[in-house]
Ligand binder design. Structure first.
Ligand SMILES: Nc1ncnc2c1ncn2[C@@H]1O[C@H](COP(=O)(O)OP(=O)(O)OP(=O)(O)O)[C@@H](O)[C@H]1O
Ligand SMILES: O=C(CO)[C@H](O)[C@H](O)COP(=O)(O)O
Length: 375
């Protein structure tokens, strides 16, 4: 498919829902006012859930392009546009089957088009982007995407091609261990999509070699990684209780890593007691330095789950550099999104923290102020 780019209106005015109430506007005037966020993960690893938490921080409900293809993968809100990189599959379902490749194989992606269009959007130009239709398995006619303040590119390969990777101002990887990925897939694909246990197992196994070869290695490029592992608080838990780690690169210009109590120290903290209600097996936090593919990182970890989400404020008050704009903003976001998967554990908490980091990155690059959304 040919790459098509058009110049959109040079200046657009965006308002957040909260901002419009307070008559505060955020203007996008030139390319320095736009950022690109990359989110990489395998299918079924919580990208959509993360995206809802992150875009919610900027206000407005993300919606598919108005009047467009009902099977569009794009979500647009006041300040953010999320495009799914599945739309750059160069081979459709039949084509992949004929060529004997999976959707994770770079041979099935159109990286030149991906690069040209992400670059154009970052420069403020509109593009006509293809749509990969997950219902039919074919490539549908293109949809027009306009430039936005924050472009999120999510999918299997946002950091695979160096040119696309370099366009990303902030890179996030969701690193879900096989056991947990399996538990989530079973829950979704059996309960919601009617797949059999056997077919889910086969699908995971058939994707594994390409996942290991092409998707997993991208995590070394990420600025922040959320690792989801089985709990260490009880043996042989079936993926219900999670140990979740936020790996944060140190020394970056655009964000400051979050820390617990004392920056640079190594800390283990069991907050259960007078201020935090914990039923068995409790909650344990850890913070400390580490390395990630040879780079210095700090790790913030939570194992276990909250009984009463409103008590998260106690934990939040012991975290620093969170990029929250007021006392309790993390807790407020978590309560607002309490129906999302992972709201009572470290996935929700650490995804919310990354969402606030995205806001920090946006503000540092653009020198614009984003008004926090209200609950
Ligand atoms: N933090 C979480 N805790 C528990 N389950 C979760 C969590 N995040 C996601 N899930 C489960 O995994 C499923 C997939 O999540 P989600 O749709 O967000 O992933 P995705 O990466 O966008 O998937 P896909 O690429 O296949 O559309 C959800 O339906 C839910 O069952
Ligand atoms: O890994 C995936 C990313 O979402 C999908 O499997 C890929 O996009 C192919 O889609 P489908 O399975 O609907 O043909």
């Amino acid at each position: 498919m040919a790459s098509t780019m058009r110049t959109s209106a040079p200046v657009r005015v965006f308002t957040t829902r909260a901002a419009s109430r307070r008559t505060v506007v955020v203007k996008a005037a030139d390319e320095k006012k736009r950022i690109v966020i990359g989110l990489a993960a395998d299918s079924g690893c919580g990208k959509s859930t993360f995206m809802r938490r992150m875009t919610g921080i900027f206000g407005g409900a993300p919606k598919p392009p108005a009047g467009g293809n009902p099977d569009s993968n794009t979500l647009i809100s006041d300040m953010t546009t999320v495009i799914c990189l599945d739309d750059y599959h160069s081979l459709d379902r039949k084509g992949r089957s004929a060529a004997g490749v999976t959707a994770l194989d770079p041979k099935a992606q159109h990286f030149d088009l991906m690069y040209n269009q992400v670059k154009a959007l970052k420069e403020g130009k509109a593009v006509d982007k293809p749509i990969y239709n997950h219902v039919t398995g074919i490539l549908d006619p293109a949809e027009t995407i306009n430039a936005s303040n924050i472009l999120v590119i999510e999918g299997l390969h946002p950091f695979y091609d160096e040119r696309v990777r370099d366009l990303c101002d902030f890179k996030v990887y969701l690193d879900i261990s096989d056991e947990i990925k399996f538990a989530w897939k079973i829950q979704r694909d059996m309960a919601e999509r009617g797949h059999s246990l056997d077919s889910i197992k086969k699908s995971i196994e058939s994707r594994k070699p390409d996942f290991d070869a092409y998707i997993d290695p991208q995590k070394k490029h990420a600025d922040m990684i959320i690792q989801v592992l089985p709990t260490q608080l009880v043996p042989d838990d079936e993926g219900k209780i999670l140990r979740v780690r936020l790996i944060q690169k140190e020394g970056k210009k655009l964000f400051d890593p979050v820390y617990l109590f004392d920056e640079g120290s190594t800390i283990s903290w069991i907050p259960c007691g007078r201020k935090l209600t914990c039923s068995f097996p409790g909650i344990k936090f850890y913070y400390g330095p580490d390395t990630w593919y040879g780079e210095d990182v700090s790790v913030l970890e939570m194992d276990g789950q909250f009984d009463k989400l409103e008590e998260l404020i106690y934990v939040e008050s012991h975290l620093s550099n969170t990029s929250a704009k007021f006392y309790g903003e993390i807790t407020q976001q978590m309560l607002k999104n309490s129906s999302f998967p992972g709201s009572n554990n470290g996935t929700g908490l650490l995804q919310t923290i990354i969402g606030l980091k995205v806001r920090e990155v946006y503000e540092r690059i653009t020198s614009q102020t984003v008004v926090p959304t209200s609950a």
